[in-house]
Structure formats: C-alpha cells, structure tokens
Design a binder for this molecule. Structure first.
Ligand code: 9PG
Length: 830
C-alpha cells in the first residue's frame, strides 16, 4: 500500500507546484508547508484530519491538499463508481471506471465551473475519474465496495479522483483551498473519510451518517408537503394565479393536505431586489404572505439571494459589491435572458464583504418579518464560482457558507431553509432541505434545441431529475431533507405522458423526501388529483419508515440509469421500480419478489408486508401530552376574556373555534413565556411506547389536535419524538399571536378548527378496508372523532359523554393501557 500525501501551492494559480510526501500520522513537510496528519481508524473505516501550516518566511498560496490511497481489490474485474455532482443540478450517476478517465469537458472552465467544484481539473489529473464531495466504487451494488469523500463543513471543497492501476484502484481525495497562508499561519481542514464494505448503498449511508454528525446536519424537520408556482406558471405567475390556487388548496385540504404554499421566480422587480415586486404583484409581498397565512398555510418564497442583474437596485447602488472575473470584468454567475434581456449577464454578490453580508441579513430579516417562513434559496453555486473577491483568503466554500449563515441568523432557527443550485457539501448544518437534482419539466427530455454540450444531464427534464433523485436518496434525513423537486400530476398543459408523470411520482414517493407539487389546480382532473394524493401518502409513509433512512437505491451503479428505490422497515417494504431508459428493461427484486419488464420511461410500485390491522388517531392535549397547553395559556394570559367567552360558548353563541379566536387571536404573551411553559409539560408515560408499537407494525399513526402546530413542532424537538399530525396554526406577528384553523368542517357539530371526524372520514375514503381507532379525552374536540372511529379509547370528559350517550368505548388511564388493549385485541384476531 502506498499512501500518498500531496499539496499544490505556489504563486502561479493556473499551474501550482505539486509537492508530495508519504501519508503518515504526524508531521510531514512538503515544500514551504507542513502537514499535520492525524488518523483515526476503526475496522474498515478511516478518518484523516489534516492541518496545513506555512513554515516558510514568506506568504504561500495554497491551492489544495490531498491524500492518496490504494485499494487492492483482488479480482473484482470491471469496476463502476458513483460520479457525484458538485451542486444540486449536477449529474449524479454510475459510471464505468475505465482507463480513459473523465472525458474532457467540451467547453471552457466557466461553464464547467457552474456544475463542478473546479472549472478545470489539475493537468496531472488527466486519465483520472472525478467525483465531487464523495464517491462509492464497486463491481456491483452488492459486492466489495469502497466509499471515500470529504465531510465538508463549509471550509473547503472536496473532490475525489479515481484511477485504475493494474489490479489496484488509486483513490485520491483532494481538498480545494485556494487561500494564502501568512508565515506561521495554520489552517485546519475538513475531515477526509474512507470506508470498505460489501454493500455500496450501505457504505454511502454510513458515510452520510458520519458526515451529518460531523457537520451538525439539520435533519429533524417535519415531512414537507407543499405547492410551488414554478412548474406550471414559470415567469408568468401573478397574484391572481397564486390566490386562485390558494383557494383551491383550501377546498381540497381534507384530501390533499399540504402545509407550504411557495411563490417562485417571477414576482421580483429585478433579480437581486427581493423586497420589491413587479406589476404582476401590485400589492407587494406582504399581502401575499398574509393571505397564505390566513388560509392556514405556511408562506414560502423563492429568491436567488446571491445574484443580481445590472438593472437591479442592488447592482446600481453597489456595483462594488459584485465578484470580479479576474480579467477586468465582473463575474457572470450565469446567463439568463428572462432576467436580463440585454445580454443575459447575471452577476454575483461578493460574500467576503461585511457590507454584503449585512445586506443579505437585512433582506431576510425583512422577508421573515413579512411572514415568510420557508425560503427556497436558489442559484447558490454562483457565489462559489472561481472569481476574484475582495478578500481572496476566504475560500469559495466559505463564501457560500457565510451567505447561508447570514440568512440563518436573519430568519432564526425555526424557518425552513431550502438550498437549490447549491454546492452540496458546504450547506450541511445550515439548510433544512436540499434540492438534489436538476429541474423537472413538463416534458421527459430536454428540448433538443436547448441542449448545451457538456451539461446535458443538468438541464431541466424529468428524466434528469429522476436520475438524481434515485441516486442521491441516501442523503435524506442524514444531511437534510431531500427535495426531489416538484411533482407535476396534471394531465393537461403538459408534454409528460401518464406513464412519465407516474414515473416521476414513483421516484418522489418511493424515496420519501419532500413532496411539493406544481400544478395549476384547474389542470389536475380526477386522475391528477388521485396521483397527487397517492404520492403524498406514499412519500409520507416512506419518510416515516426507519425515520426516513430506510431507503436504498436499486441499480445504484448502473451507468445508464438507476433501477428504482427500496424502502424497508421490519416486515414492510415499498419498492419503486423505474425504467428511465428508452428501451423495455427488466427490473428484478428479490424481496418483495418482483420481476418485471418495464416499458420505456415507466415504473411500478411493489409492496410487501401484511396490511395494517388498523390506523390510529390520537388527541394531543391531555391525551398524548399530560397537560392541556391551550387552556392553560388561556387561563394564564386571557384571564379577563376567558369567562365571558366561555359562557358564550356554553350558550352555543360561539363555536369551539370562535372561542379559540376570542381568546388567542391577538393574544399578547411573549414567545419566551410560551417556550418556558412548553419546557414544563410532559408526555403521557406510554406515548413513546405507542408510537414505537405502531411503527413496528406498520400501523398508520397520526396525532389529531385542535391545538397548534408551533407547539407540536417544539415538543417533537424537545422530546426527540417524531410523529405526523393535523392541527391548527399559531404564529407570532409583530407582538401578538395569530391563529388559523387547520381542517374546519362546516358539516360537523364540533365547530373546532381541526375536525377529527373530517380527518378520519378523509382517511376512510382512501382506505375503506382499514379499521380506525381514536384515542381522546375531551368532550369538545374528541367526540366527533370518537364517533367516527371503530375502536374508541376514552378518558375524562370524553368518557363521561360517551357513557351518557350509551356509546361503548375502552377506558384508559395512560397510553400504556391503550397498547395493552391493542395487543390483546390483535392477538385474539390472529
Ligand atoms: C426559477 C427556477 C426554479 C427552479 C430552480 C431554478 O438558466 N438556467 O441555467 C437555469 C437553471 C435552473 C433553473 C432556472 C434556470 O431553475 O431549480 O426550481 O426555482 O430556478 O427560475
């Protein structure tokens, strides 16, 4: 085994000096640099932490540092590897590890640099294969394999180089640094990791697990379901289209429950000016956020926060804020004729400048202040392109990271940040969600007239998106929540055939990432609505399996197209078999057993495991939780208003929801008080047991609450217990609390904001064969749910009310009792 340690340095940025040494723990000198090497090895895994120090008396420009290893794989024959792309849209798929290496890019370094960590590989890498951030290598998905990569934390960019050398494989992991070290200065580098094993998927999963841990990944957000304006309206979106769809989402809420309504590109006066709208949004952004909120959804907004066109105010006032191209001009982050009809040039903010960081922070503080809580941050790669910055010693990775950190500071810990067009490694630990593939499009392939050589696989097309979504499935809930891009379920206004739309849906649902759909509601039709509802449910289910980490990619290393995904947890498995090619293709799966020849561009869903013996719906306040959050707060903070409102409720003058509004809407109580109160509440002692019991048996479990999302989110975090819920919304606006009903049902006597009968009936419409259980304690919000269920568990006033009505129920004190009864009943049925 030869272990190589290398550094590229010296004043000539285009052709730095290559120095080499032996990779060995301790200190190794290479030219003017000293490399501190520490190795932590356990079994088949190794982690190198490197530090580079300038031990000379002059400043030294450090281009990069790498470690080189040799995998002596005996008799593996033909090898394949996963070529992982740099940013969201970059191609990620299997390749043959031939002796030719990555083919030369057909165009210049500027275009290549939009999709790769490096605009051009170092000259001595000719004949090597290249993969950004990480790779896995093996002869097949199941044989001996090796994973390698950088556990990026926003300091350097990692590139893995691979090359056959006789029977051996050479693996070199390079950290792109590109800064100058002053004499004596030292820089600690992001860790490099390598692991051997016998299952390529497993190796990637473990690699991502460790990356997530090392980088403090944010993986705990709720399953994200939403609507996005882009893939139907594109730049033509206007306020009317948005409000029309908002209204449709309200009407469709029971059957297609989504949380986020996200306005995409097309609202801004000019790209770069995110607080100013064009004539299609004459009232500005704030009313948009307000209306989305009032309709009971979470306001989401697209921005491209680090780029600006020349006619934007930010550019006009501060041309000095832009990155230069190093040749006397300004860097172009991309060319975009819709944003800049003059010459397409889109420039890029220099995030090494303090004033630019302050500008980003101000912008997002303002958007957050308007009520936006879901931010799709696009074209982030541009800030990390090769360019001349005000501070040349901030790395390209650090530029993006500083910008993202500024956004996070501005919006706080609660808002959902979605990276898009984003270098994948640098954002781990800041974003909650990440686009992992190119744009979908209402057509399967890229329009031939627009194909750009060299970047074909990154361009908008459903085929390109599906490929990446399958290949990057392992990242979900390890580095962030995967955003597979939008589902388009419509049957009109699209060039996708039904099979093609179903294949997109299978890839999205089968991998269990976020589910955002992008159709004008009017174009959906019955079939489209069914596909949407089915996919929403599938994605939620897969995300719930093994905490979202149960998915593997089938045919991961297939150079043509992955074969699909398989999620497995206990006795349950869901496979999405996919044929992304243009020929009929066999797709085989051992368990659940499935051997099919799939038509071109088609898919099949295969399930294994017993059908669920029941579905359980559980009340929250006073049932899942010992305390009742709402009524305690009302007693404490609305003591003056409460008695009168309660009397009116008792007399039937107010519904339960109107009572809530009287008490809570506009309530003044500092958010810290609410937080403090939530620290003192406790789960029912059997709550965890109940959730685990359901998970083990594939029993759908949902909390139904007439309480509020904000509290449920906080408590899930505090108790580190994830469960699905339906409830009302609560948010802080200015200095008062506001509320919106989640699932009101005018046809029910309950009058609550979230009618439990309505939710149970919606479930029954989809699954008439599954018995439903309801667990609750209150006569106001639980009665209609209990009456709609087959198995009723009741205590407190609900038990009294049911007794008075002569309705049979199972009494309980804690949720342990419920588990015991369920066990007994199911044993009897077996
Ligand atoms: C809005 C869109 C959507 C989409 C994003 C992103 O010209 N281009 O190279 C180009 C690349 C990607 C792209 C648009 C243009 O899509 O991924 O979801 O938000 O921006 O403009």
């Amino acid at each position: 085994m030869s272990h190589r340690l290398g550094a590229r340095f010296g004043p000539d940025e285009a052709a730095p000096t290559l120095g080499e040494g032996i990779l060995t723990p301790g200190r190794v000198q290479i030219g003017p640099l000293e490399l501190g090497v520490s190795l932590e090895a356990h079994g088949d895994r190794a982690l190198w932490e490197l530090a580079v120090t300038n031990v000379s008396r002059a400043p030294v420009r450090v281009d990069s540092v790498f470690v080189g290893l040799r995998w002596q794989e005996h008799g593996l024959g033909d090898l394949r590897f996963l070529r992982h792309g740099w940013q969201s849209w970059s191609e990620t798929r299997g390749h043959a590890l031939d002796t030719a290496g990555t083919p030369p890019f057909p165009s210049g370094p500027w275009l290549r640099g939009m999709f790769h960590a490096r605009g051009a590989p170092p000259a001595d890498r000719a004949g090597w294969h290249e993969s950004d951030l990480l790779t896995v290598v093996g002869a097949s998905d199941e044989g001996p394999a090796c994973a390698a990569g950088v556990l990026e934390r926003g300091h350097e960019l990692g590139v893995v180089y691979l090359r056959r050398d006789g029977a051996d494989l050479r693996i070199e992991v390079e950290l792109v640094i590109e800064t100058t070290l002053a004499p004596g200065a030292r820089r600690d580098l992001d860790p490099i990791r390598l692991a051997l094993g016998h299952d390529a998927n497993r190796l990637l999963q473990e690699h991502a697990d460790e990356h997530g841990r090392a980088a403090g990944a944010r993986t705990g957000a709720r399953f994200q379901a939403g609507w996005c304006s882009w893939y139907h309206f594109f730049h033509r979106v206007d306020e009317d289209a948005l409000l029309r769809n908002l209204e449709a989402l309200v009407s469709a809420r029971q059957d297609v429950p989504v949380d986020v309504v996200q306005l995409d590109d097309g609202f801004q006066r000019a790209t770069g000016d995110w607080l100013e709208t064009n004539e299609k949004f004459p009232r500005g952004l704030e009313p948009v956020a307000r209306e989305i909120r009032a309709a009971g959804f979470l306001p989401g907004l697209w921005t491209a926060p680090f780029v600006a066109v020349p006619k934007s105010r930010v550019f006009e006032c501060h041309p000095e804020w832009m990155l230069s191209d190093g040749a006397g001009g300004l860097l172009r982050g991309l060319l975009h004729r819709d944003w800049n009809p003059v010459d397409g040039a889109v420039h890029v903010l220099d995030l090494t400048r303090e004033d630019v960081i302050e500008h980003v922070e101000r912008t997002f503080a303002a958007l957050h202040g308007m009520g936006f809580v879901y931010h799709k941050l696009d074209f982030l790669y541009a800030a990390a392109m090769e360019a001349r910055a005000a501070d040349p010693d901030v790395t390209r990775a650090e530029r993006v990271r500083r910008g993202l950190d500024a956004v996070r500071r501005a919006v706080g810990e609660r808002d959902f940040l979605l990276g898009c067009g984003c270098p994948q490694g640098v954002a781990v630990g800041v974003v909650d969600g990440m686009r992992i593939g190119p744009d979908v499009a209402p057509r399967w392939e890229t329009d031939a007239a627009f194909v750009v050589p060299g970047i074909e696989a990154t361009q908008p097309s459903t085929r390109n998106a599906v490929r990446n979504v399958l290949a990057r499935a392992f990242m979900h809930r390890r580095l962030w929540l995967n955003d597979p891009d939008c589902l388009m379920a419509r049957t009109t206004d699209t060039n996708l055939s039904r099979e093609e739309a179903a294949t997109l849906a299978a890839a999205i649902g089968g991998t269990g990432g976020m589910l955002i759909f992008s159709d004008d509601w009017r174009s959906l039709g019955d079939e489209g609505r069914r596909l949407l509802a089915d996919t929403l449910e599938l994605a939620r289910e897969v995300d719930g399996m093994g905490g979202g980490r149960a998915v593997r990619t089938l045919g991961l290393l297939d150079p043509e197209f992955p074969h699909g995904s398989l999620a497995r947890h206990g006795a349950h498995a869901v496979a999405a078999l996919v044929n992304g090619t243009d020929r009929p293709a066999p797709r085989a799966l051992v368990s659940p057993r499935a051997e099919r020849t799939l038509a071109p561009r088609s898919s099949a869903l295969v399930r294994e495991g017993p059908p669920p013996p029941l579905a359980l719906f559980c009340d929250f306040d006073g049932t899942f939780l010992v305390q009742d959050v709402g009524s305690t707060l009302a007693r404490r903070y609305a003591a003056d208003r409460r008695p009168a409102a309660w009397a009116r409720y008792e007399r039937g003058e107010l519904t339960a929801w109107q009572y809530n509004q009287e008490i809570l809407h506009g309530l003044r109580c500092p958010p810290e008080d609410l937080e403090r109160f939530l620290l003192g509440v406790e789960l029912d002692p059997g709550a965890r047991e109940l959730v685990a019991w359901c998970r083990e048996r594939g029993v759908p479990f949902r909390v139904l609450s007439d309480g509020f999302d904000r509290n449920l989110d906080r408590l899930q975090e505090r108790f580190e217990l994830r469960f699905d819920y339906d409830c009302n919304r609560l948010w802080y606006e200015g200095d008062v609390w506001r509320i919106a009903a989640g699932f009101p049902n005018p046809d029910c006597f309950c009058g609550t904001g979230t009618c439990k009968r309505g939710r149970i009936e919606a479930f029954r419409r989809r699954h008439p064969e599954i018995p439903v259980g309801h667990i609750g304690n209150g006569r106001v919000s639980d009665l209609c749910g209990a009456e709609a269920a087959d198995w009723i568990f009741a205590k407190d006033t609900l038990a009294e009310e049911l007794t008075a009505r002569g309705v049979a129920f199972e009494p309980f004190e804690t949720l342990y009792d419920v588990v015991a009864v369920l066990e007994r009943r199911l044993a009897r049925r077996r």
